[in-house]
Design a protein around this ligand. Structure first.
Ligand SMILES: [Zn+2]
Length: 278
């Protein structure tokens, strides 16, 4: 599943390719995404120019010069292909946008993504966006903010991070990684985190996301798969997917601890080191 760094990287690629492009044609091959694609999308956006590209949590927002914004989410398996010329259609290509600067193709085997529109001036009131917590890179996202928001949360901190209502954009991978960097055990009730731990967690979240964005940005060609699709890139994780392996940043002994542990929380895998994380 694409997480915040991947979405940020896709957004950067869209800016590079489609800034000031004019929409010429929209082909909806399959409207049945997480929410149906508006059937009159073509009439709404053709002739309009793409003037601004933003990321809000894991949503990409494309602002047009006709007062509308497109809201795009990659869901579980969505990818975007950018191409100068019309390519042959592939399986799961659901939407094809032709612009004055080339083609943008939305492909999504599992169809959990979405593409909607809303007036730009009421973007923040959109049901998908209005209840989101602070962006991890918001200047107001700090330890004191986190501590205050966690006071009434008795569920494990890992699950709170996935909720999106306090801090938005963290998915399963980076929630594990940030808790690892902060030295906080993922099962700890959120309300039990001290201010010190909240400070460490905020630093861990920003660090892990920033590193991943830089990895994605510096390998703009690498993360673009040979087929030209955007959306996923390999990143070096400390704990995620590394059950039973030695923990890279502490002194725990593999023979003693069995290495990185894997548990399931809320139906999702969590990875951690029980020596480093308390
Ligand atoms: Zn360890």
């Amino acid at each position: 599943m694409p997480e915040l760094p991947e979405v940020e990287t896709v957004k950067s690629a869209l800016v590079a390719k489609l800034k000031d492009a004019v929409f010429l044609k929209v082909t909806i091959r399959n409207p049945f995404l997480r929410q149906p694609v508006p059937c009159h999308l073509q009439e709404l956006i053709c002739g309009a120019t793409l003037v601004e590209f933003k990321r809000i949590a894991k949503y990409i927002v494309l602002n047009l010069n006709n007062g509308l914004s497109l809201i795009l989410h990659l869901g579980m398996s969505g990818t975007i292909r950018l191409s100068d010329t019309q390519e042959s259609i592939r399986e799961h290509d659901h939407l094809i946008f032709e612009t004055s600067k080339g083609f943008m193709i939305y492909n999504d085997p599992r169809r959990f993504g979405l593409i909607l529109y809303t007036p730009t001036n009421s973007l923040e009131e959109h049901p998908l966006l209005k209840n989101l917590g602070l962006d991890p890179f918001d200047k107001d996202f700090n330890g004191a903010y986190l501590k205050e928001k966690l006071i009434k949360k008795t569920i494990p901190i890992k699950l709170v991070l996935l909720e999106q209502s306090i801090v938005s954009g963290l998915g399963n991978i980076y929630a594990s990684e940030a808790l690892y960097l902060a030295g906080i055990i993922p099962t700890k009730p959120a309300s039990k985190l001290s201010l010190k731990e909240c400070n460490r967690l905020v630093i861990g979240i920003k660090k892990v996301l920033q590193q991943a964005i830089e990895a994605g940005g510096s390998s703009l060609k690498d993360y673009r798969k040979p087929d030209g699709s955007l959306g996923y890139f390999q990143n070096q994780h400390c704990v995620y997917g590394k059950e039973g392996q030695p923990c890279p940043q502490c002194t725990c002994l593999l023979a003693k601890t069995g290495g990185i542990q894997k548990i399931v929380q809320g139906g999702r895998s969590t990875y951690f080191c029980k020596t480093k994380q308390r």
